[in-house]
Write a protein that binds this ligand. Structure first.
Ligand SMILES: [Zn+2]
Length: 141
């Protein structure tokens, strides 16, 4: 896949990550208020690790979504974005458009579903809060 296209995916995925984290800022704040420790500074505690742990207890689905987003960003960093975790083959651009954080190509995904490693439809929707990535966002250059 071309670098410029990957870069556009990265921007899109990072935007989603920001949105997800900001949605959870309120939950984090509520949690800290509930814990009622006056000596704590919210800003000090609002580091990502802490945030993730709150999200893990509060919202498993969103936590998993964030993990998948981080995994996709890791793959962009190490240059393996768009490659299947299982067979190393290319994940089609259409699949990535539908599921930007897809880790497996269609055939490996189907194999995993059949073997029960993954629930059917696990990645059927990307769970992104953003509108789907558009073709114009993926224009080269
Ligand atoms: Zn594969």
């Amino acid at each position: 896949m071309r670098k410029t296209i990957i870069e556009n995916f990265r921007k899109y995925i990072e935007k989603e990550r920001k949105l997800l984290v900001s949605q959870n800022q309120k939950k984090l704040k509520d949690y800290l208020e509930r814990t009622n420790d006056e000596n704590r500074d919210i800003a000090d505690l609002a580091n990502e690790e802490y945030e993730s742990s709150i999200m893990a207890t509060n919202n498993t689905h969103q936590y998993r979504h964030l993990n998948e987003i981080d995994r996709a960003l890791d793959k962009i960093e190490d240059g393996s974005y768009g490659n299947c975790d299982e067979c190393g083959g290319e994940i089609s651009i259409d699949r990535l458009k539908a599921i930007p954080n897809a880790s497996f190509c269609i055939s490996c995904q189907e194999k995993r579903e059949k073997s029960g490693l993954m629930e059917s439809g696990d990645e059927a929707t990307n769970g992104f809060n953003l509108p789907p990535i558009s073709s114009s966002m993926l224009k080269d250059g």
